[in-house]
Design a protein around this ligand. Sequence first.
Ligand code: DX5
Ligand code: ZN
Length: 217
Amino acid sequence: MKELSPSILSAELSNIKQQLEQVKAAGIKYLHIDVMDGLFVPNITIGQPYIKSLRKLSDLIFDVHLMIEKPERYIESFAEAGADILTIHYEACTHLDRALHQIKDNGMKAGVTINPSTPINILSEVLPIADLVLVMSVNPGFGGQSFIENSVSKLEWLKEVRQKENYNYIIEVDGGVKTSNIEKISNAGAELFVAGSAVFNDKDIKENIDGLYKKIR
Ligand code: DX5
Ligand code: ZN
């Protein structure tokens, strides 16, 4: 089943309770939470204390995307804050294999991701232990950017390798996903679609979500 993971980066945080209720009512199961440290990416967002508060408001699956240097420093604290999936960047983590095992040992699903300029096959050695692989289809740091086309072949590669090797990871995509391109991205192999600006904009949240689901289900 294809699912959306709305990114709260584009949500109105002063109104987050109501916005979470609206996404839930529209049939959403996942919530994408972007954590940025101002070093790995040129922007700063929210951290564990805020996620802990969100956990009290919502039973959605918290899909936490860490855009921070040396994410292994904070694995335990994100588990305590209530993350269900913790995704870390290949480019930010020296001992990726160890960090992915630590995420699992802390009771979360282990996700791994790469920037648009990083070749996907660099992840070959960790694919057997990954619960989720996220293809960044924009340069991380900001919502509302355009989808980078080389992501399509990365999704196709992940789908092919998973089938060939009998791996189990979920294939997720993040950045520039819209009603105009989601069908193509889905056909390439994506199963979990992050959508920030396409869900939280000046239009109705439920209509936005219905419009995206209509193209992929
Ligand atoms: C970008 C973030 C994304 C962002 C996507 O660094 O990782 O999750 O919220 O936003 P849209 O869907 O607007 O491209
Ligand atoms: Zn993200």
